[in-house]
Design a protein around this ligand. Sequence first.
Ligand code: MRU
Length: 358
Amino acid sequence: MLVNGKPYRTVWMERGDVKLINQPLLPHRFEIHTAHNHLETARAISDMIVRGAPAIGATAAYGMAQVVMAAPNGPGREAAIRAGYEVLRATRPTAQNLFHALDRIWGAVKNLPASEQAGAAVTGAETFAVEEIEACRRIGESGAALIEDGMRVLTHCNAGWLACVDWGTALSPIYVAHRAGRRVSVFADETRPRCQGANLTAWELAQEGVPVEIVADNAAGILMRRGEVQLVITGADRIAANGDTANKIGTYEKALIAQANGIPFYIAAPTSTFDAACPDGGAIPIEERSPDEVLYAYGLTDDGRPGRVRLAPAGARARNPAFDVTPAALIRGIITEYGIVPPTREAIGRLLAGARKG
Ligand code: MRU
């Protein structure tokens, strides 16, 4: 997608370095972050320089390529690769794409002669990233059929191209409909505490010229009740075998409000986000992040300096679960690269069996 008219991906590899759009600096500064080795790539994931499940997956794939490139020849090689794989696995717990990507690269190289592994890992990571771009483009094609001229769509967190390698998941259908000339506008939940909606969704939609209004996280009720929202689409961090879906904290309540007001609620995600081994939402690990993210607000001061301000009384305690689970019963459909599927065990089983066959 375009940044000041120039096409960018969220993550790519250049001469062994992993290059990332530095997301915590947005929307105030656009900078590229460089991770020179897999430890720096792991830190970029855990520090949320890159965030969003598909983008995390692609970054991990490139990180795994760095692990293989740097592994010593000789007896310690496999142990070194295994250790690097574990470092990357430990970066964040909820997004399934991370584990999917690491297993895919390790699976592609582990039975090759050592001399061929580095080349295969780099090619495998690039192929994976390109496939994710194509999956997101196809999600856009499928989901755009839901968007009629004049619709107002509510989304939560950032599930746009910044959260993926390109196109996005929840925002991809909006981009496709907009480019086809349909008038579509977006309500972007601000998404406390990290404010991915206010910082990232609003920024990337504006870059594409899609009309967007940021709303407080607790505004969805009145907007939906008044009939100002016709459709809700969010992304996903992990989808269990029965269709229960983990996504950014606050998604569950948006699905409940949508159901109470008869508004269709859709999830958009590539098949790399599905976890067939996870029977239902109760088995999805939910990340707990630092209480400071709740106790402080982060941004630019009026004189343009980045900083944080404390919101809560000194000594106040906070909880910060980063994701919640929306039960399948609240989801109208899941928009994937293979079309829109119902959130049922049977349909998801068929989808993943078909995806494995290619
Ligand atoms: O904690 P984050 O920022 O990595 O959270 C991930 C997300 O951006 C959202 O949950 C998103 O809706 C799913 S990823 C397209």
